[in-house]
Design a binder for this molecule. Structure first.
Ligand code: R5P
Length: 306
């Protein structure tokens, strides 16, 4: 009879803190303070609550490119990087086949597809390629959907996005709109302002686009939800670190980077250097020094080949 025992001792043992009003703390992430608990909790697994930034490791390229350089064997090349990122951006096939279910990292699941590099002229003709029940089964925190603003399939891909948002909102899962950049679309601040703002207005919880050398701060400023940058094609390590650093300085909430990490000569060193720049306050040059030092250590530790 625990209840009765408790009643007898109520005055003596209970503390109601009547002089302390209950706090209503805010939420750390841009535009996200009015979401429900589950969605906020998922976003807090993706974005570090201490600085509002994330390092998403993108290796979903196979969904339309097949065995992309550096991703021929995800078990060999990506698993060593897993400890240093915040979130794994991937397809459901790779998640089930390769990623240990014991991972503590957040999952950003590719949810659109249906086209391939075999017919590049049709790349924008995507459909939704993952149900919301699959997303729940796979414990996704984020669902990624490609949107081709300005393309022939603009309306259909926006519809993919809004349908996914409606479904994801039922379960408190975030949707990341991915700004697709085809040959017919510009990579200008004007275009990215347009595309990211449209996605946010229509309900995306975060948006991915490319960094621009000019006016990037205007893109982040007029987008009411977090923006993360894609890395794009492989470039020299110092350039990639500068891009990550300046994007965050100019209002990005982190990176969703793939090729510039897994196609590096020393992927673990590069992954850790990106972490240094995004999360640990390193300047790009300091991050590059870290990359070189770690790369040298890896080379020394590697067994000599005949
Ligand atoms: C494209 O296939 C995917 O959306 C990638 O996740 C995205 O492009 C980011 O990867 P990367 O840094 O290689 O551009």
């Amino acid at each position: 009879m625990a209840d009765l025992d408790g009643t007898k001792q109520e005055k003596k043992d209970k503390e109601y803190y009547t002089d302390l009003p209950q706090e209503s703390p805010g939420y750390f992430l841009k535009g996200s303070h009015q979401y429900d608990w589950g969605l906020k909790n998922r976003l807090a697994k993706v974005f570090n609550p201490k600085n509002g930034r994330t390092i998403m490791l993108a290796f979903d390229h196979g969904y339309f490119q097949g065995p992309t350089t550096g991703l021929e064997r995800v078990d060999q090349t990506i698993l060593p990087l897993e400890p240093y990122c915040d979130c794994l951006m991937l397809t459901r096939g790779i998640q089930r086949a390769v990623i240990p279910a014991s991972t503590q990292k957040a999952i950003a699941l590719r949810a659109s597809g249906g086209t391939s590099m075999a017919r590049p002229e049709y790349l924008s003709d995507e459909v939704l390629a993952c149900s919301i029940e699959e997303a729940v089964r796979l414990n996704a925190s984020v669902l990624a959907v490609q949107v081709f603003i300005g393309s022939e399939h603009e309306k259909a891909t926006i519809k993919n996005m809004t349908t996914l948002i409606d479904e994801a909102n039922r379960y408190g899962i975030a949707v990341m709109g991915v700004v697709a950049v085809g040959t017919s679309m510009e990579r200008t601040p004007k275009y990215f302002r347009l595309a990211t703002r449209i996605m946010a207005e229509l309900g995306c919880h975060l948006v991915k686009c490319y960094h621009t050398d000019e006016e990037f701060d205007t893109i982040t400023s007029c987008c009411p939800v977090p923006i993360v940058i894609a890395g794009g094609k492989k470039r020299p390590e110092l350039d990639a670190l500068k891009m990550a650093y300046y994007a965050c300085e100019q209002g990005a909430s982190g990176v969703d980077m793939g090729r510039n990490i897994f196609q590096s000569d020393a992927p673990v060193a590069m992954m850790r250097a990106v972490r240094g720049v995004v999360h640990e306050g390193l300047k790009p040059e300091e991050g590059y020094q870290m990359y070189q030092d770690l790369k040298a250590q890896e080379t020394e530790a590697a067994p000599a080949t005949a």
